[in-house]
Design a protein. Sequence first.
Length: 150
Amino acid sequence: MGKYLYFRENDYVLAKNVLQSAGIPLLDDDNICSDPGISVMVRNILRDIGVPEYGIGFSYIEAALKCGTIERGDMTKLIYPEIAKRFGTTVGSIEKAIRFTIECTWENGKGGKYARYFENFRSRPANGQFLKIVHDIIMEQLAASESKAL
């Protein structure tokens, strides 16, 4: 039998960071999608389109994309609250960090793969628009990799 630690909701993020820095392996229960292949794919796509990794917004965007489908009303009602709960912060902080990260990506990504996916936008896409487009890119790549496997 394994040993379990129970934390209050606010202590979870701190405890997780301490345990990880001590090299103690953790179950991947804070990601809805625990498939390592999908996690790597999401990170690679975000890097390819130029999403800066230095801010917490990258982690929030990654977590949002792992939540599954991205629909118009899901952002404020489902996705932001779920991410806020996991990271021990507020919905407003999640929304602001994602918006700032998308703004940085927009300013720095005028060429390359970013321009190919967001060429129809005259100004920075909204959070939901950005996440929906990146989600569609992930779905395309998953479909392509599944068809290659067959």
